[in-house]
Design a protein around this ligand. Structure first.
Ligand SMILES: CC(C)(COP(=O)(O)OP(=O)(O)OC[C@H]1O[C@@H](n2cnc3c(N)ncnc32)[C@H](O)[C@@H]1OP(=O)(O)O)[C@@H](O)C(=O)NCCC(=O)NCCS
Length: 191
């Protein structure tokens, strides 16, 4: 088995889909990131509370750059092709080169939901993850009440692999997880 490819260079490659592109986040994207991650609707089933301070956007961008340099997490901005404005992000986290796996994550500005944008973005990311990075497996960790994310993952071909009880403590809530997995050979049958 050939080893997984590491993303080299100064920044993430741009991945282009019909209506959106996955691209490296820049300092001037911080107001757009704040719009996304301060929205309680977007953060309802997230593993942390909605942002209430613009400094959290600065911290996110710094953390993305730091993780990129270490090769442990890759987070792209999702930009509209029409104006290059950031409307979401998608991520490969917990990148494990030895076992050729990573965990997918995604968030979209709520006024863009239900128009197929995230299906477009995540299918482009998975194609890159399996074909270019050489991943063997992609995982997802989702709140059982998060219907939109579950529908999206199932449409992408992910399989439910387990129900993990009381895995997340967010504010006053203790939340369960449904764990999903997608194998390279399963993806190749869909793509
Ligand atoms: C999950 C999320 C990214 C989906 O984005 P989206 O662009 O609306 O998704 P799409 O339009 O590509 O839709 C994917 C599927 O989900 C369905 N869907 C969307 N919202 C839904 C809802 N509230 N309930 C049930 N199904 C829903 C769509 O109809 C579509 O299914 P279909 O192709 O069979 O019609 C978006 O809702 C979001 O950002 N949620 C908040 C962040 C989040 O929870 N992230 C995941 C953490 S693990």
């Amino acid at each position: 088995m050939k080893p997984m490819t590491i993303i080299e260079g100064q920044k993430l490659p741009t991945l282009t889909a019909p209506r959106v592109s996955l691209r490296w986040l820049q300092d001037n994207d911080m107001p757009a990131l704040f719009e996304i991650f301060s929205d309680p609707q977007v953060m309802r089933y997230w593993s942390s509370a909605p942002w209430n301070d613009k400094a959290e956007a600065v911290q996110m961008v710094e953390s993305i750059r730091d993780h990129f340099a270490k090769g442990t997490l890759y987070q792209w901005g999702i930009a509209r092709n029409s104006d290059d404005y950031i409307i979401g992000t998608c991520t490969l986290a917990h990148v494990d080169t030895q076992n050729r796996r990573a965990e997918i994550g995604f968030a979209l500005r709520s006024d863009h939901w239900n128009q197929g944008y995230m299906f477009e973005a995540t299918s482009t990311l998975l194609r890159f993850a399996f074909d270019k990075l050489g991943l063997h497996r992609v995982e997802a960790d989702v709140d059982p009440r998060n219907k939109a994310s579950i529908r999206l993952l199932e449409r992408l071909g992910f399989q439910r692999e387990g129900h993990l009880r009381e895995r997340w403590l967010v504010g006053d809530e203790i939340n369960d997880t449904i764990f999903f997995g997608l194998l390279r050979r399963e993806w190749q049958r869909i793509d």
